[in-house]
Write a protein that binds this ligand. Structure first.
Ligand code: AKB
Length: 317
């Protein structure tokens, strides 16, 4: 078992909920410290080491890293695209200052590695819709996307200037059955499964034909660990890597759900999230991730739909 100590910031989020157990399998429970600004509750029951603190408080971060001899940080705390549009300056402050704090601590305390998530939100209207390339163009339309493209430059800067081994992935919409996403444009693709099982119907906040890049959580967790466990010489890109999972429209996802729930119906009432979705690519080119560290997705829409419905069925008897 690997022995380094890891701090996961934002452990109660959609990705953190699944990444903490996966890291504990690799590194041992005692070596992975989960943290969040929220205290654990019945909603966020967590086993193993946990600290509650605000990543915007740099002094607390420094103290925790020193006290626990942390060697790696996964910074997962962020405000997502849709909520970020409601609170633009708050989104900018949280998404940027958290990253700067972590990069500074990584530099000063000589951490071995940092992980920071970017997003397909770095792309915009001038980016190709199909198989959107690794190198842009980038013209984000949301504060979240602006913070992600700026953050990518900060990561590269700390790598080039100070040698901080920071690695990043541009996640598509993540789909999981353990935790709900919060405040994103791709959230419908999780909610639809819950509503299909609870009510056999769903009203989607995007149009029927809005194709978006998505990924089933087991693929996302594996991608993250594969990137972080790869030897440093393989990581040629210190901004962030495109990774592709599966792309589909709400109508296509509804059709896949109907394989198991034939009476399921969907209606469409697009809201302000539609214009965000319209600015993002339909699908992603991830040849750089494949070439550099061997990334390949395993889940398509059918296997993902089957597993999501199987796992969630017990919650909606
Ligand atoms: C969002 O919808 O904001 C996120 C993302 C694609 O980064 N899921």
């Amino acid at each position: 078992m690997k022995q380094e100590k890891i701090l996961v910031i934002g452990a109660f989020g959609q990705l953190g909920t699944e990444l903490v157990p996966a890291l504990r399998t690799l590194y041992g429970e005692a070596n992975v410290i989960a943290s969040d600004v929220r205290e654990p509750s019945s909603m966020n029951a967590i086993q193993g080491p946990f600290v509650s603190f605000d990543v915007l408080d740099k002094k607390s971060l420094e103290t925790i890293v020193r006290r626990h001899h942390i060697a790696q940080i996964y910074l997962l705390a962020a405000m997502l695209s849709a909520t970020g549009e409601q609170f633009p300056t708050k989104a900018w402050d949280l998404n940027m200052q958290s990253l700067i704090n972590v990069l500074e601590v990584a530099k000063d305390q000589h951490l071995n590695r940092v992980f920071w998530p970017s997003s397909i939100a770095v792309f915009g209207k001038s980016s190709p819709k199909k198989d959107c390339p690794q190198d842009g163009p980038f013209d984000p339309t949301t504060v979240y996307g602006i913070s992600k493209i700026a953050g990518e430059h900060w990561c590269n800067y700390y790598y080039e200037k100070y040698g901080v081994d920071v690695r990043s992935i541009r996640y598509p919409g993540l789909i999981s059955y353990t935790a709900m996403p919060g405040g994103g444009t791709t959230d419908y693709a999780v909610d639809i499964f819950h509503q299909a099982l609870a009510k056999n119907e769903y009203t989607c906040f995007l149009r029927h034909d809005s194709a978006l890049p998505m990924m089933y959580m087991p693929d996302a967790v594996r991608a993250t660990l594969e990137l972080m466990e790869a030897p440093a010489y393989l990581i040629k890109n210190r901004h962030s890597y495109n990774i592709a999972g599966v792309s589909f429209t709400p109508a296509e996802l509804a059709e896949a759900i109907r394989t198991y729930l034939p009476d399921f119906t969907i209606s469409y009432r697009p809201d302000s999230r539609q214009s965000i979705a319209d600015s993002w690519p339909d699908s992603i080119d991830d040849t750089a991730a494949f070439r550099d560290w061997g990334w390949e997705a395993r889940y398509g829409i059918s296997a993902m739909t089957r597993e999501m419905l199987q796992h969630l069925a017990a919650r909606y008897p």
